[in-house]
Design a protein around this ligand. Sequence first.
Ligand SMILES: [Zn+2]
Length: 133
Amino acid sequence: MERKEASEEKWRETLSPLEYHVLREKGTERAFSGKLYTEKRRGRYYCRACGQELFSSEAKYESGSGWPSYFQPVSTDAVDEHRDTSHGMLRTEVICSNCKSHLGHVFSDGPEPTGLRYCINSVSLRFNPEEAG
Ligand SMILES: [Zn+2]
C-alpha cells in the first residue's frame, strides 16, 4: 500500500499535470490537440510513463478522430484491455501492460487487417523517429 502511494507521488513529480491526468486519472486530451495526431514519420511510440514500447508507425493511420490511431499494438503483450463503463458508454480501455497507465480506448471500426482502432492520447506516448536515411 505504501509502495503504491509512493509511486503515485513519483508520477506527479515526473509527469506534467496533463500527462498525470490522462495516464493516472484516465483523462482524455482534447481532440486534435495532441501533437502526435499529425505525426507521419517512421518510428516507434513508447509509454510516456514507463518507456515500454507500445506502437509502431507501421500500424498508425489517419482515422479522422482527432487522436493518434493504430490498428494494432507492437505485440499483444504491450497493452492490456478491459471493459470501461464510465460516462454511460461501454468501451474497451487500453492500458500499458507494464505500468498500468491509461492510454486510450480500442474500437472495432478500424481498417484491415485487424478491423480495430486503438485511439490513443498523444500525451500518453513518447515518439522516437527513425534516423533518416
Ligand atoms: Zn507504461
